[in-house]
Design a protein around this ligand. Structure first.
Ligand code: UD1
Ligand code: UDP
Length: 458
C-alpha cells in the first residue's frame, strides 16, 4: 500500500507525526507532500527535527498569500504529485488550506481521502477553517474522528457510519510520546532559556530562564478573527496589562507579530514588564513550557486539546469552539476577547483553589495516545479488503429509502442492519425522558431507541 500525506502548517506536522511513525513501523510506502504554507524554520523544519520525521518527498513551496491564490497553487502542485505517484490513499489532517486543496485534488482523481480529525464543527462559517473542514469532509472516504461528538456531526450530515472511525486525537499521541523525552531532559537538570524579542527584531535581547519564573501563563494568539481585528487585539492586551501577578510567556506566531506591528500595538504589549514575547518555539520546548504553566490563554485549536490532555486550565480567546468536549469536561472556558471575562477567570484560576482544581481534574475526551496506530490499522485492513477503490455507484437513487423506526427488540446496530438490509444513520435515545443523539457504533444496543434507517431495496 502506498499512502500519501499532505501537510503544510505547524499543527499538521505535529498531529501527523504518530501516523507517519506508524506507517514507517509497518513498512508501508509513504509519499510526504509539504505544501510550504509554513516555511520559517521555527514554524516547520524545527518540528521535523523535534519529532524525528523524514524530510518531505515534495515541497510545493506555496508560501504566504491570500486564500484563493494560496489554495490554487497547492491544488495544482498536489494534483501533479498525485498523478505521478499513483497512491492508494491520501491523508489530510485538520482544517487548513492544505486540507482543502489536498482533499479536492485527490477526490477529483478518484483517490480516496482519509480525513484525520474529521467532523469538527464550530458552526461559524466566517472562519476559513470551518469552510476547509466541511469541504474536506465532502471529499473524504474515511473519517478519523476524535470523539463521539464529531462522529455525530458527520452522521447528521448524512455520512455513512461505516466510514466513520472514532480514533481519539493524534495530538494525545504527540503529547504523551514527547512529554517523556521532555521529562527525561529536565530530570538531567537542563533548564530552558528563551530569547526575548523586540519589535522588528528577532535578535537576542535578554534571556528568559524558565526555572526562575513562577505563576507562568502561556499565551498563544494567531486566529484571523482575533489578530486581524484591532479592537479584539487591543482588548486582549488591556486584559494582559492587568495580570501583573503572572509571568506571561508569549511565543508569537509570525502572523501576529506582523499585525501587532501594523496596528502599532507591538510596543504596547512588549513594554509590559510581566509579558515576555519570544519566537515560536519547537515542540519539545513548547511541551516543557506548557507543563510548567499554571494556565494557558489561547485561540489555538491544538492547544485547547493539549491543555486538557495535560490537565492545565485553558481560557480560549474565542466566542465558539469546534472542541466543545473540552468545555463540557470543564477544562476550558470561552472568554472571547472580553477584558473583564479574561481577568475574572484568570484570577479565579490563580487565586481560587477550588476553581483551579475543578478545571484541572477533568477527563481527557481525546483518547489514550494510540490514535496513529488505530488509523494505520484501519487503513491496512481496508486495503486488504479491497475497500480503497472508488467506483461509480450503480442505481444509487433507487437503492434505498429513509425511515424513522422505533425499536423495542434487544438488538445491536450490526444485527439490525444484517436482518433488515440497510444502514443505521442516527440513533435517538429515551424519547420519553431527555432525548439524546448517539453515534451508531456496531455493538450499540437499540432497545427502546429511535433510529434513522436507510433501507436498501436490493
Ligand atoms: C494557518 C491556518 C490555520 C492554522 C494555522 C496554524 C489556514 C487558512 N490557516 O494560519 O488554520 O491554525 O496555520 O498555525 O490554512 N508567516 C510567516 N512565516 C511562516 C508562515 C506564515 O511569516 O512560516 C506569516 C505570513 O505573513 C503569512 C501569515 O503569517 O501571511 C499567515 O500565514 P498563513 O499560513 O496564511 O496562515 P496562519 O495564520 O498561519
Ligand atoms: N506549538 C509549538 N510552539 C509554539 C506554539 C505552538 O510547538 O510556539 C504547538 C502546540 O503545541 C500545538 C500546535 O503548535 O500542538 C498548535 O498550532 P497552532 O496554534 O499554530 O495551530 P492550530 O492548532 O490552532 O491550528
Amino acid at each position: 500500500m502506498k499512502i500519501a500525506i499532505v501537510l503544510g502548517t505547524r499543527p499538521e506536522i505535529i498531529k501527523m507525526a504518530s501516523v507517519i511513525d506508524e506507517i514507517k513501523l509497518k513498512g508501508l510506502n509513504l509519499v510526504l507532500i509539504h505544501t510550504g504554507q509554513h516555511y520559517d524554520h521555527e514554524m516547520s523544519d524545527q518540528f521535523f527535527s523535534d519529532l524525528e520525521l523524514p524530510a518531505p518527498d515534495y515541497n510545493i513551496g506555496v508560501g504566504s498569500g491570500i486564500h484563493g491564490e494560496q489554495t490554487a497553487l497547492m491544488l495544482e502542485g498536489i494534483e501533479r504529485v498525485l498523478i505521478n505517484e499513483k497512491v492508494d490513499i491520501l491523508l489530510v489532517q485538520g482544517d487548513t488550506n492544505a486540507v482543502l486543496a489536498g482533499a479536492l485534488a485527490a477526490s477529483k482523481l478518484h483517490i480516496p481521502v482519509g480525513h484525520v480529525e474529521a467532523g469538527l464543527r464550530s458552526f461559524d462559517d466566517t472562519m476559513p477553517e470551518e469552510i476547509n473542514r466541511k469541504v474536506a469532509d465532502v471529499c473524504s472516504r474515511f473519517y478519523f474522528v476524535p470523539t463521539e461528538q464529531s462522529a455525530i456531526n458527520l452522521s447528521l450530515e448524512g455520512i455513512n457510519r461505516n466510514k466513520i472511525f472514532i480514533t481519539g486525537n493524534t495530538i494525545v499521541d504527540a503529547c504523551f510520546r514527547n512529554l517523556k523525552i521532555v521529562k527525561k531532559k529536565s530530570n538531567n537538570g537542563s533548564s530552558i532559556e528563551f530569547a526575548k524579542i523586540n519589535e522588528n527584531d528577532y535578535n537576542k535581547d535578554s534571556l528568559l530562564k524558565l526555572n526562575e519564573l513562577d505563576n507562568i501563563l502561556t499565551l498563544t494568539l494567531h486566529r484571523a478573527e482575533n489578530v486581524d481585528n484591532f479592537d479584539r487585539l487591543n482588548n486582549i492586551i488591556d486584559a494582559l496589562a492587568e495580570l501583573v501577578d503572572m509571568n506571561i510567556i508569549f511565543p508569537i506566531h509570525p502572523r501576529t507579530k506582523k499585525t501587532l506591528e501594523n496596528f502599532g500595538l507591538f510596543s504596547k504589549l512588549a513594554n509590559l514588564k510581566h509579558v515576555h514575547i519570544i519566537k515560536p518555539v519547537g515542540y519539545l520546548d513548547f511541551l516543557s513550557l506548557l507543563s510548567k504553566s499554571f494556565m494557558v490563554l489561547t485561540d489555538s485549536g491544538g492547544i485547547q486539546e493539549e491543555a486538557i490532555t495535560l490537565n492545565i486550565p485553558v481560557l480560549t480567546l474565542r466566542y465558539n469552539t469546534e472542541r466543545p468536549e473540552t468545555i463540557v469536561a470543564g477544562g476550558n472556558i470561552l472568554v472571547g476577547s472580553n477584558k473583564e471575562k479574561i481577568l475574572e477567570k484568570a484570577k479565579s484560576i490563580l487565586y481560587d483553589e477550588k476553581f483551579l482544581n475543578k478545571m484541572k481534574n477533568t477527563v481527557n475526551p481525546y483518547g489514550n495516545g494510540d490514535s496513529g496506530k488505530k488509523i494505520v490499522d484501519i487503513l491496512i485492513n481496508s486495503y486488504k479488503n479491497n475497500e480503497l477503490k472508488i467506483e461509480t455507484p450503480e442505481d444509487i437513487m433507487n437503492s434505498f429509502s429513509t425511515e424513522i423506526i422505533a425499536i423495542d427488540e434487544d438488538t445491536t446496530v450490526l444485527n439490525f442492519e444484517k436482518k433488515n438490509n440497510g444502514n443505521v444513520k442516527v440513533v435517538y435515545t429515551n424519547f420519553n425522558d431527555t432525548p439524546s443523539i448517539k453515534f451508531p457504533l456496531g455493538d450499540l444496543n437499540l432497545k427502546n431507541k429511535f433510529i434513522i434507517f436507510d433501507r436498501y431495496k436490493n
